[in-house]
Each structure stands twice: as C-alpha cells, then as structure tokens.
Design a protein around this ligand. Structure first.
Ligand SMILES: [Zn+2]
Length: 513
C-alpha cells in the first residue's frame, strides 16, 4: 500500500469551482422550493440533484487494509454508486472504526476474524506536530496498522476515480490516551470521567488543530464531525437509546465549566443541589418508589425549583456548539471551498426533549451539510429502548405502548409498528422520508441534507436486520424526499455486499434523468 502523503498540486481549480457553485446553487434552490412550491422550480431542483447528488459511504481504515484500496473502491463505486468516501480518520470508537463489532456476524467480505484484541483507534493519518502545540492531546496516533497513513493511502486512488474524500472525525476517546486524564470531565460528585470537557482550552485546541492538520496536509474535500454526547439533564434521565441510566455520573462540573457558568450568572451550588436531587429521584424511580404526586410531577417540580438544572444542561450544549463553530471556522480558514458537515445523532429523531434543545436552522449557519441519522432498521429497537428508559424514570406512571403512541403524535411518526412489534418491524422507509423532509424544511436552505442510511447496523438477535429490499427502500425514500444525497452508514465493514448492491440500485433509480 502506498504511504506517500498526497500533494496539494492534485487540486484541480475547475473541480473546486464546480463544487462551490453546486453548493451555492442547491442551497438557493432548496430555499426557493421550500418557501414557494412552484412546479417549475421543483423540477429545476430535481435536475440539479440528478447531476450532482453526493452519494457517500462511511469506511474505516481496516477495510482498506483487509481488502485492498482498489478492491474496496471498486465495490463502493460499482455496487453502491458511491461518489464520496467518508473516511474514518479520527476516533477511538467502534461504531465508525474497526471490523464488525464483537458478537455480530461478519458480512460477506473482509476478514472474518474479530479485531477485538487488536483494535486501538485514534488518528489513522500522520500527526504533524506543529498543529498540536497548544494541546496536551498531542499523542493520538492509532497504532494497529503501524505507520500506515490511511488518508495518504486512499486519497490518490479515490481521486483517480473522481471520488470525493472527507475525513470523518469523532469525539470518542479511551482513558489511556496521553492527556485525556488532564482534560477529563468532572462529574456531579467530583470524579473524573472518560469524556473530554468541551470548555477545556486543550480540548478546543485539539479539535481545531486536528481539522487544520487534515485540511492543510491533504487535498481532501472537507470534514464530517461527529459528537453524539448529551448534556447532564438527558443523561440523568436516561432519555436516549443508550442502555445505561447513570444519574450520579452526569457532567461537567470542572473549573472551566464553573468559569463559563459564572460569566452567565449561573449558580454552581444550586445546579449541583438540583442534579443531586434529580439523581435521588431517578434512583428511587428505578426502584419503583412512587412519589405521592407521581413521577412526572415530582420531576417537573424539581425543574421549577431548580431552573439551574436546565441552565447547566444548556451550558453543555453551548460548549458542544462552540466546538462545532470553531471546527467550521478552522476548516474555512484553510480554504473557503472545503466543506464541513455535522453528524446529527439519532436521539434528535425520537426524543422530543432533545429536539427542543436545538434548531436545525441555527446549527446550519456553521455547516455546509448535515448528515441526519435516519437509520430505520435499528431505529425500531433504539426507539423502543428510549421509551423503555423514560418509562422507568419520569414517565413510569405511563404504560410504554401508550407513551409511544403519544410520542408518535408529538414527532409526526404516523403509521409505524406498535410498541410490542417495533423492534422486529423496524421503522418504515416512510420514516426516512419524513425525517429527510423535516431536515430540509428545518435548515431553510442554509445547508445541504444528506440522510444517513442504515445498511446492516448491528441489532439485537430478535430485532430487524436490514434486507436488500430494506436498504433499497430507505435509500430511495431519502432521495425521493429531496435529499441532496445520502451517506451509507455506519461503516462498510458491517455491510453485506447484496445490501450495497440494493443501495446502488436505488441511487440509479432515483437519479436517472
Ligand atoms: Zn468541564
């Protein structure tokens, strides 16, 4: 495999110009067609989409190592109709990196041996130290493939095929990385955690340094940034599809957060008291110790008594969004035509509390595109878990099937399978369509929308597994709803080739002139 760093001279002014124009024109057209549904404009938009839709896929380094760069690119291009690689370049997480996650069957390509023991994670590109002078997080090299530089290895081969390459970068760490302990978030009871504080100056410098390094050192098309972390309020309640409810470990109460809170007049002691009371309420709810006035009323009363609970949660979001803004600024200061996209996590889709904490339009002001998670097969299981979690705490008085029905009304989830069948049924292709349209309308033309399509995301034994027909239907639904492209997710190393073929069939069908 070639290990030479790609040269900036590969940049073609013509292709850069056409990229910029494509973005500008589609944004304008999207705005116009949203505001004024004039038939002529809609078909103009459709033509624009036909000529330039971004058909992306997320791939990690291990797939190129296991199967060879040319072979993988061949599969992606010929089978999936892919024209854009979202190359996992930085993460310590297994969702985007590594082979199939342990305990799930391997797809019909790549190594059939688990990398559970060899997986490390980190930066799969070369680290250029001059970009990390202002951070203790300066030693993040992924170690499992020696000195292989995955961007240098893939980029020239992708360019020869006229494919775009974005570096995917994810906020996922492991505790033994040098510097992590210095930047760790501090929980409610003063303990260090394994996540990094988004107000810590070393963390801020790391993210801007990393994306600057990638954009200056390689002739890539841009960055896709992932951060799925939630603030203390939702973490305390377990209001997501994650299995754990750990209300005593909510974050962050470190000195940097305290400083940010002081600047905004938020009282640290009151916030801590509020979260400690919430911790006790959640723990007693999990044991079924019903407050006299009911679980939800007790929760609502706590919020009224301690508005600092909400204020501290907003502070977390503020830190998260400031990092997104700084990443965007850092990339654009390298070259204006580089594109920045943000992964919008699944919880945004099925949790009304999360939805209310942010607006698509607001975040779109510092993004060129959103990868909106619309994973429908695993979405059934995840939505059920979310409902089960909140039904074990603040909505414990409500039968789960009834809460789901109510929630469906709130979120415009019509015609999905009922609670007791949803894990095996998955969410429908119509869900993909509705979430795509909501995002397109939400951003008001300020950025492009590339729905993330679920191709074989691992689920529990009895939950829906994506069939080729499922993949075909979801891909077609997103493109027909007006998406500016799609991103096949989560990673090539967990997708069956027949599903990739089906995705490619849908792409060709949707985009045929
Ligand atoms: Zn902090």
């Amino acid at each position: 495999m070639k290990r030479n760093k790609s040269s900036l001279s590969e940049s073609s002014p013509a292709s850069l110009t056409s990229r910029r124009y494509f973005l500008r024109d589609s944004a304008v057209l999207a705005a116009l067609t949203t505001a004024n549904p004039i038939p002529g404009l809609a078909s103009l938009h459709a033509r624009e989409q036909t000529s330039a839709s971004m058909i992306g896929i997320q791939v990690g380094a291990v797939s190129f190592v296991d199967e060879g760069v040319e072979n993988v690119l061949d599969n992606l291009q010929k089978r999936g109709g892919v024209n854009t690689i979202f190359l996992t370049t930085f993460t310590y997480g297994r969702g985007l990196s590594g082979r199939q996650i342990p305990g799930h069957p391997f797809p019909d390509h790549g190594s059939q041996e688990s990398d559970e023991k060899t997986f490390h994670g980190g930066n799969y590109a070369t680290i250029h130290p001059e970009f990390y002078h202002n951070t203790v997080l300066n030693n993040t090299r992924a170690t499992e493939f020696g000195d292989l530089d995955i961007v240098a290895a893939v980029l020239p081969a992708a360019r020869k095929r006229e494919m775009k390459v974005f570096c995917s970068v994810e906020d996922q760490w492991r505790p033994d990385v040098p510097g992590v302990s210095d930047c760790a978030e501090i929980d409610l009871y003063g303990r260090k955690t394994n996540s990094l504080c988004l107000f810590n100056p070393d963390v801020r410098s790391f993210w801007t340094g990393l994306v600057t390094d990638l954009c200056k050192s390689y002739n890539i098309d841009g960055i896709l940034f992932f951060n799925e972390r939630n603030g203390p309020l939702l973490n305390s309640l377990g209001a997501s599809h994650f299995q754990q409810i750990n209300s005593s470990r909510v974050t962050c109460f470190c000195e940097h957060h305290q400083r940010a809170a002081r600047q905004q007049g938020i009282n640290l002691e009151r916030a801590k008291q509020g979260y400690q009371k919430l911790d006790r309420l959640v723990q007693s709810s999990l044991k079924g110790e019903r407050p006299t006035d009911g679980y939800f009323v007790e929760f609502q009363r706590l919020l009224l008594q301690y508005p600092e609970i909400i204020a501290w949660d907003r502070l977390f979001d503020q830190g998260k969004h400031e990092v997104l803004g700084e990443v965007y600024g850092a990339v654009k200061s390298v070259r204006e035509d580089l594109q920045v996209g943000f992964h919008i996590e699944h919880v945004n889709s099925f949790n009304p509390f999360f939805r209310a904490t942010r607006s698509y339009e607001e975040i779109a002001s510092s993004a060129d595109f959103f990868k909106v998670v619309t994973y429908n097969n695993c979405g059934g299981e995840r939505y059920v878990r979310f409902i089960r979690n909140v039904c074990s705490t603040i909505f414990r008085d409500v039968p789960p099937q009834e809460l789901m029905q109510f929630n469906n009304h709130l979120l415009n989830y019509d015609n999905e399978a009922p609670f007791d069948q949803l894990e095996t049924a998955g969410l429908s292709p119509d869900y993909v369509s509705r979430e795509t349209r909501r995002a397109l309308e939400g951003v008001k033309g300020k950025c492009l929308i590339l729905p993330g399509i679920d191709i074989g995301i691992p689920t529990s034994p009895n939950s829906r597994k994506a069939s080729p027909d499922d993949t075909y239907a979801a891909t077609l639904a997103a493109l027909r709803a007006g998406a500016n492209g799609v991103i096949f997710s989560r990673k090539y190393s967990e997708m069956k080739l027949e599903n990739l073929d089906a995705a490619g069939r849908a792409v060709r069908e949707a985009l045929k002139p």
